[in-house]
Design a protein around this ligand. Structure first.
Ligand code: ADP
Ligand code: ZN
Ligand code: ZN
Length: 749
């Protein structure tokens, strides 16, 4: 083999061919990292995808300059999965490589093994006689003598190795004192590589809970379904014990010497689930998500390749891209969650789809289990048509009733001047009752910050982002205006720049304002607030949860972050402050998503013992979807939406591909979008919609246009992709469009 095709971490299509110098012939093989020259004086760390003897024509091939690994860090199955992702989501494979590999593996010197400093006697002093001399030598240096004696004492106690830190702690010596002993030639230090991974405790399978009769039945059904179908949906109401069933299934796989991948949509959730799984699986469990340090992720990656990988990996989206050697089961919990889809940057993949593809590519032939109380339309449709197996669990564990949901018409109350800010009298009464009874309440508002905008009362002026086409969110605690699209922050103006009025008011409600106003009403309430702003650090989320779980706080306010999977005992009331912001989204999935959100938030009410209460505030109580939430009528929602989806050619009947065009110049991007649209219509005729301006038509100074392609399932997606890429290439040949960005979102959410 004289040539290697290499994946480079670049947003360019395809692989790059390099020649293999004779000296490296032995070392260059599939899956190892190599350093290669690129452009002028530039080097990249790439991954070898293929070696061959086909000399590339038409350009001068450069040599691989260095091989970084002796063993492959990528498995052949992973590479096939990467290629599928690149193809299906129309993203360069270099972008998949960037998304999959922890940064420490992408840079040559990015990863440093963690080491610890140990301490021992130097060779001349490793005998009795020399030690006596040493002790004499130290008589005038009492601190050193004390430290040295302590060292000898600990060594005699049978300690075969001692770290510098341990010695310092035991002898109360300073680092300086130890260094002096080293300089005297009595002691020497040496470095030992230690893992960063917390290895946890022994597994305790005896902690697995016995399944109830209904759960056992569902468990058996899942096993039978998995005999026939590659994918099974476990549709169980909140708190029915789906997680307990997963735990039994995982244990079964472990006993068969298989690995399990357990995906959760958000990092926040993995924290809770981690404790639950650790109690049973101990050190067999590895955790993988982006809040872990890069070095830790490198170690997990390497452990997955080692002879003793983790039996169970619990992780968020990107864990689906880890190496697995003998995968038996993939669990996609809360499969309906939109955060399974990566939005930005590329590849815009859906972890559920990738998991299903991973299962079909893996030689160990793992099964996929999707779990949720509110399935996505796509998944439920697949289950209804028999493509997926379906197992249902209709009762909550111990038959605790689902919460009672009371709808409150806030438009009517507002007209009668009965609203107290965003709170209806009923909501306030129930929250007061809960707090007085020593119970807890949750308030849900799907907007963070203090207020979605500031507005001049005089002339209606609203501060907007300079880079994006949106109004700025007012954050009062930080006293600034923030753009939630580009992150830019601005000072709060003292007066309106348009008319000079000082009368600026914060319009609408974010979680921060809800917190302030409810605290005014209930000064004694102990409030926790959970949103993106309060959970930026790795531990903040855990603290908010544990404060609420232990009762240190009794009123929790939050965005959709609080909607899932959290298991609290004393929540008697959940308030959904404004359902309309969710229902009125200009998006064909608005009702589907609103239903899910409300059903999940409601699920937080009334666990253990008593029936909970949900107060659902809306201006549109007559909407069928509201009644469907009230009666937990998922089937009803599904059938309503299904008719609509068919009529208007949406998923699950049609596949969507969004084409985005971006450029600084709004005029130019409009022209380009028109042209792209015309080109696509040549093949796809009326399947092309747009171009349109998206809701936010300018982000980070780039103007955006969007085309939507609605494709019937019979059409071969590979052909569709080819047409799209051809149109794109033709466009980009035009000199006007050299800096035009075109990208795709396949199966957008
Ligand atoms: P889901 O995942 O469907 O929301 P969980 O598995 O979290 O439901 O169960 C809800 C609560 O009921 C949890 O606290 C869980 O420990 C408890 N539970 C469920 N099934 C059992 C069981 N068979 N034995 C004991 N406790 C159970
Ligand atoms: Zn004004
Ligand atoms: Zn912005």
């Amino acid at each position: 083999m004289h040539f290697a095709d290499v994946i480079l971490p670049l947003p360019l299509d395809g692989l790059f061919t390099y020649s293999i110098p004779t000296t490296l012939e032995e070392q260059v093989k599939f899956g190892v990292r190599v350093r290669v020259p690129f452009g002028r004086n530039k080097y990249h760390v790439g991954l070898v995808a293929r070696t061959h003897d086909e000399e590339p024509q038409g350009y001068e091939v450069k040599d691989i300059s260095l091989v970084l690994d002796t063993q492959p860090i990528l498995l052949p199955e992973q590479y096939r999965l990467w290629s599928w992702i690149a193809d299906y989501y129309m993203s360069p494979i270099g972008e998949v490589y960037k998304a999959a590999l922890p940064s420490g593996l992408k840079a040559e010197d990015g990863y440093h093994p963690k080491t610890e400093t140990f301490i021992r006697l130097t060779p001349p002093y490793r005998n009795e006689q020399a030690l006596h001399i040493a002790l004499d030598m130290l008589v005038r240096a009492p601190k050193q003598l004390k430290a040295f004696n302590e060292f000898l004492f600990l060594s005699e106690e049978g300690r075969s190795s001692l770290t510098k830190d341990e010695l310092m702690n035991a002898s109360h010596a300073s680092a300086d004192t130890i260094s002096q002993l080293v300089r005297r030639g009595l002691l020497e230090t040496y470095e030992v590589e230690v893992g960063r991974l917390n290895h946890g405790s022994e597994p305790h399978p005896e902690n697995i809970k016995k399944l109830s009769a209904a759960q056992q039945e569902a468990y058996n059904q899942v096993l039978f379904s998995m005999l026939k179908k590659p994918v099974t949906l476990l549709h169980g109401v909140t708190s029915s014990g789906k997680t307990e069933i997963y735990i039994h299934l995982i244990q079964r796989e472990i006993e068969q010497h298989h690995q399990v991948l357990y995906l959760l949509p958000e990092i926040a959730l993995t924290v809770q689930m981690m404790d639950r799984l650790r109690r049973v699986f101990g050190s067999r469990l590895g955790i993988y998500h982006s809040k872990y340090s890069d070095a830790e992720r490198v170690e997990i990656w390497q452990k997955q390749l080692s002879p003793c990988p983790y039996d169970v990996i619990l992780g968020a989206r990107s864990a689906v891209l880890l190496p697995f050697q003998r995968l038996g089961l993939i669990i996609v919990d809360e499969e309906h969650e939109t955060s399974y889809k990566q939005q930005d940057p590329m590849p815009r993949y859906h972890a559920r789809s990738v998991a299903i593809m991973l299962a079909s590519l893996a030689s160990s032939k793992p099964k996929v289990l999707l779990g949720t109380a509110t399935p996505s339309m796509e998944t439920y449709h697949n289950a209804q048509t028999g493509k997926y197996g379906l197992v249902e669990l209709k009762a909550r564990h111990q038959d605790i009733e689902l919460p009672e949901i009371q709808v409150v018409d806030i438009q009517d109350l507002a007209r009668r001047k009965m609203m107290n800010g965003p709170f209806s009298p009923l909501l306030l009464a129930r929250v007061r009752e809960a707090l007085e009874n020593g119970e807890q309440a949750i308030l849900f508002q799907n907007r963070r910050g203090y207020a979605p905008m500031l507005e001049c009362k005089q002339c209606g002026w609203v501060p907007r982002c300079q880079n994006c086409d949106v109004s700025l969110t007012y954050h009062r605690a930080m006293n600034q205006l923030t753009c939630h699209y580009c992150g830019a922050t601005y000072a709060v103006p003292a007066e309106c720049p348009a008319c000079g009025s000082k009368n600026l008011w914060a319009k609408g409600y974010g979680t921060e304002k809800i917190e302030t106003e409810i605290q005014d009403i209930f000064p004694e309430a102990r409030i926790g607030r959970m949103d993106l702003d309060t959970t930026r650090s790795r531990n903040a989320y855990e603290r908010l949860i544990s404060d609420f779980a232990t009762g240190r706080t009794n009123l929790l306010i939050g965005t959709q972050m609080i909607s899932k999977g959290l298991d609290f005992d004393k929540v008697s009331v959940v308030g959904i402050l404004n359902a309309d912001t969710m229902l009125n989204q200009p998006d064909f999935r608005a009702y589907e998503h609103a239903f899910m959100m409300m059903a999940q938030v409601s699920g937080r009410a009334g666990r253990k013992g008593r029936r909970g209460l949900v107060i659902l505030q809306t201006r549109q109580p007559q909407l069928p979807v509201i009644q469907q939430v009230v009666h937990n009528n998922y089937e009803g929602l599904y059938h309503d939406l299904l008719d609509e989806r068919l009529a208007f050619r949406y998923p699950p009947f049609f596949r969507l591909v969004c084409v985005y065009l971006k450029h600084r110049n709004d005029q130019l991007v409009e022209t380009a979008a028109q042209e792209m649209s015309a080109r696509l219509r040549y093949w796809f005729t009326n399947r092309v919609l747009g171009p349109d301006k998206p809701t936010v038509a300018r982000v980070k100074t780039l103007s955006i246009r969007k085309l939507v392609l609605k494709i019937e399932p019979q059409l071969n997606l590979a052909d569709v992709r080819r047409c799209l890429l051809q149109a794109q290439q033709q466009m980009l040949q035009d000199k006007r469009y050299t800096s035009l960005q075109i990208y795709y979102d396949v199966d957008p959410l």
